[in-house]
Design a protein around this ligand. Structure first.
Ligand code: UDP
Length: 326
């Protein structure tokens, strides 16, 4: 397959590129490097500096590439994804996340590219009504980030229906860890996600961390999430792309593990290796108490299940942070 990876210099996008290249595909990366880094792009991928919120920019790249050989699949990773930041900056989030998708789809339609793989999120479920989220559950986001992803999902569905295209929408749960080569990983300033924050605290990169609330209705009062290794998640994109090309049919699936861990359990897992200096603080805006995925549909349609567990995820993040520390 020839695959265009928009946002391929970012954390999840770069891991998808690695998995695509390992599986023998041709990869073209488009990234505006707003949060991504050029050195995260695999050396065998072709790189374009481009911004999908600028239609002319995207058209120019598609023209150049599709004249050589059209893309079989376009993957979209170019979203802003920090929940508290989205509460602070709703206008920026809608513009980047929804308008970016609209422009991407419009350029895909113009170039007659039929297949799109889209990164969505568990945040579309909001506060789930059931213990474990299934894809058919009602969606009701409780923060702007989740709203922009749900709006994008709906836009993709309508456009694919109208123009005879196929979508593979993945609803990610909590992603962490790094590629086993340790060449790529989550390497940004001001990280906010729980796994890297805990590991950075353990390694002394931060003095202490705050657990945002311990009065939730969960096993120990702290929020419960479903954690998945980034390489497992990335590999699902290879399977999703093949599914679209081979079946000419759309799908929407959760990518999670069927298991939930609390914030304190994450800290405990890291504390198997290092002491973590933490304090209990106030709840954070926009946090649902519990988000766990059913991954039965991913298993059934794609033959996908995560190969790595929480212990692997934590070890992987520790190894990566030690590597980039110096
Ligand atoms: N969390 C925390 N302290 C931190 C960062 C996160 O207690 O420094 C909690 C957060 O409130 C949430 C869970 O960890 O309950 C997962 O948050 P994260 O930002 O990693 O992912 P999200 O689920 O928001 O996408």
């Amino acid at each position: 397959m020839k695959v265009c990876v928009i946002g391929g210099a970012g954390y999840i996008g770069s891991h998808a590129v690695y998995e695509l290249i390992r599986d023998g595909h041709e990869v073209v990366v488009i990234d505006n490097l707003s949060t991504g880094k050029k050195e995260m792009v695999h050396k065998d991928a072709k790189f374009y500096l481009g911004d999908i919120t600028i239609a002319e920019n995207l058209k120019e790249i598609f023209k150049q590439e599709c004249e050589i050989k059209p893309f079989d699949v376009v993957m979209h990773f170019a979203a802003k994804l920090i929940v508290p930041e989205s509460v602070e900056q709703p206008l920026e989030y809608y513009y980047n996340n929804v308008e970016g998708v609209r422009i991407m789809l419009s350029v895909m339609k113009d170039f007659n590219i039929k297949n799109v793989v889209f990164s969505s999120t568990a945040a579309v479920y909001g506060e789930p009504e059931k213990e474990i989220c299934e894809e058919t559950d009602r969606t009701n986001p409780i923060n702007p980030y989740g709203e922009t992803k749900l709006a994008s999902e709906k836009l993709i569905k309508w456009v694919c229906e109208r123009y005879n295209m196929n979508y593979c929408i993945f609803r990610y749960f909590n992603v962490a860890g790094a590629d086993e080569s340790l060449e790529i990983g989550l390497n940004k300033d001001n990280l906010t996600h729980i796994v890297p924050v805990t590991v950075q605290t353990a390694l002394g990169i931060r003095d202490k961390m705050i657990v945002f609330g311990n009065d939730y209705d969960t096993k120990d009062g702290t929020c419960v999430r479903d954690y998945i290794h980034v390489s497992d998640l990335a590999y699902a994109h290879v399977l999703g792309a093949k599914y679209l090309v081979n079946n000419n049919k759309s799908l929407l699936v959760n990518l999670g593990s069927n298991e939930g861990y609390s914030v304190l359990e994450i800290i405990k897992e890291v504390e198997k290796y290092y002491k973590v200096n933490y304090e209990i603080g106030e709840r954070r805006a926009g946090d649902p108490a519990k988000l766990i995925a059913s991954n039965n549909k991913a298993k059934e349609l794609l033959g996908w299940t995560p190969k790595r567990n929480l212990s692997d995820i934590i070890k992987s993040d520790i190894n990566y942070r030690i590597k980039i520390k110096d």
